[in-house]
Design a protein around this ligand. Structure first.
Ligand code: PMP
Length: 451
């Protein structure tokens, strides 16, 4: 490995970082990660810390997951690549599709369309939603509805349904016909409603209102994360997603669950939709499907949606969409091993228990640190702290606060993620009780910089 100074210098001059200003990356050099083991990462200077981010909400089984590493190595040896475009397929991807069918059976999802990541899975969902309606002779259904604060990746389709201006403004004009409704975000919402159940009803009414305004016959799909992730971990009231399901069904609108973060155990349930007792028409997955070890994703489709394509005789059901890496055998082998290990370890149980421990610990930190305006979580291992200037006004904190808390927390032994005013915590689902305590103690130290 090159030495620390070489890496720092060349990082600065040769590469751009996603979701960062190039000038900022020059002024504040990033931490160079060079190793990882269990739930810990090691930087180029030899410091080892607990990764409270779990990679990027994807390393659900930790960094040492040997079965996934072995599966990747073996598949690379046997068949490193072959495409599954019309006319060919590969054994690994067939096996994976069967396993996913079993895994997602309670969600009513039985077909897989493979992709290279979350943005691809979302893009696939949006395209296939339009095509579904076209096959059925409802070609006027082209619009998409989604939640403000939602995050659906960075392709033009996903960016168009994203609900955060930071990911939109510099790239406009985006896809026409994408409309957003308020998120069930209890801490801040246009209704000034702090009761989660009442807020859910108000947001559902806003959805009904938007559908009436646009005309149901113009809307292809509603896309939502079962628990909003990158927008700052916003779990809706339990009535929200079932309410969305009912409204979509009544209006012939497809419900796309963006499960890129929530599938495979993160919420303390096997999928986010199942967490709320909802069966979506499609579910976009990626991230933990390969434990983050290989770029891969799958869009899962319901039997009813699949049937429309499969029984089409007009030709409109031909899929004019797909990626060179759709069904990559190495990704498929990784996902197969990952699925087996995820189920063998029964990670949902630990995700629920450790998620509860983390959430309660964060609520205790809120009593001590005035900079914590809101604590969100309580649904598995996805939690967030929203930092404020002061609690009464809920004014956003100084922009430097998040990075300063990150630095101090890192020095205290834990990597966290800062996104705007939010500190996001999403450790691996195999994390121990003791390591959750390590995270809480380091945050306690790190938050002291806000005093
Ligand atoms: N949807 C959601 C809910 C996500 O959280 C993300 C990534 N954070 C994406 C889509 C995009 O996934 P990717 O970065 O793999 O393209």
């Amino acid at each position: 490995m090159k030495d620390s100074n070489f890496l720092k210098e060349h990082n600065a001059r040769s590469l751009w970082h996603p979701m960062a200003h190039p000038a900022d990356s020059l002024a504040n050099p990033p931490i160079i990660v060079t190793g990882a083991s269990g739930v810990r990462i090691t930087d180029v200077d030899g410091r080892e810390v607990v990764d409270a981010v779990g990679g990027l909400w994807n390393v659900n089984l930790g960094y040492s997951c040997e079965p996934v590493k072995r599966a990747i190595a073996e598949q690379l040896e046997r068949l490193p690549y072959y495409s599954i475009f019309r006319g060919t397929t590969n054994d690994a991807v067939i096996q994976l599709a069967e396993e996913l069918r079993a895994f997602f059976a309670p969600d009513g999802l039985s077909r897989a369309f493979f992709t290279s990541g979350g943005s691809d899975s979302v893009e696939t969902a949006l395209r296939l939603a339009r095509q579904y309606h076209k096959i059925r002779g409802q070609g006027t259904r082209t619009k998409f509805l989604s939640l403000k604060k939602g995050y659906h990746g960075t392709h033009f389709g996903g960016a168009s349904v994203n609900g955060n201006a930071n990911f939109r403004t510099q790239y406009e004009p985006l896809l026409p016909g994408c409309h957003h409704i308020p998120a069930p975000y209890t801490y801040r919402n246009p209704f000034n409603e702090s009761d989660p159940a009442k807020l859910a009803q108000l947001c559902l009414a806003a959805l009904e209102d938007e559908i009436a305004f646009q005309g149901a016959e113009t809307i292809a799909a509603f896309i939502m994360e079962p628990v909003l992730g990158s927008g700052g971990v916003i779990p809706p009231h339990e009535s929200f997603m079932p309410g969305v399901r009912e409204i979509c069904t009544r209006h012939g609108i497809l419900l796309i669950a963006d499960e890129v973060i929530t599938a495979f155990g993160r919420t303390g349930s096997w999928t986010g939709s199942r967490h709320w007792g909802v069966q979506p028409d499609m579910a976009a997955t990626a991230k933990a499907i390969t434990n983050g070890f290989f770029p891969f994703g799958a869009l899962m489709l319901s039997e009813a949606v699949a049937e429309v394509f499969e029984t089409d005789t007009s030709g409109k059901g031909a899929i004019g969409h797909g990626y060179t890496y759709s069904g990559h055998p190495v990704g498929a082998a990784a996902a197969l091993a990952c699925l087996a290990e995820t189920q063998r370890l029964d990670v949902v149980e630990n995700a629920a228990a450790r998620g509860d421990q983390l959430y309660r610990g964060l609520l205790r930190l809120q009593e001590k640190h005035a900079a914590i305006g809101d604590v969100r979580g309580g649904h598995g291992l996805m939690c967030a702290l929203e930092l404020v200037r002061d609690r009464a006004s809920k004014a956003a904190p100084d922009k430097t606060l998040g990075p300063r808390v990150l630095q101090a927390t890192y020095e205290a032994g834990v990597m966290i993620r800062v996104s705007g005013p939010n500190i996001i915590l999403s450790p691996s689902l195999v994390i121990s009780e003791a390591d959750i305590d390590v995270i809480l103690a380091a945050l306690d130290t790190g938050l002291a910089v806000a005093a």
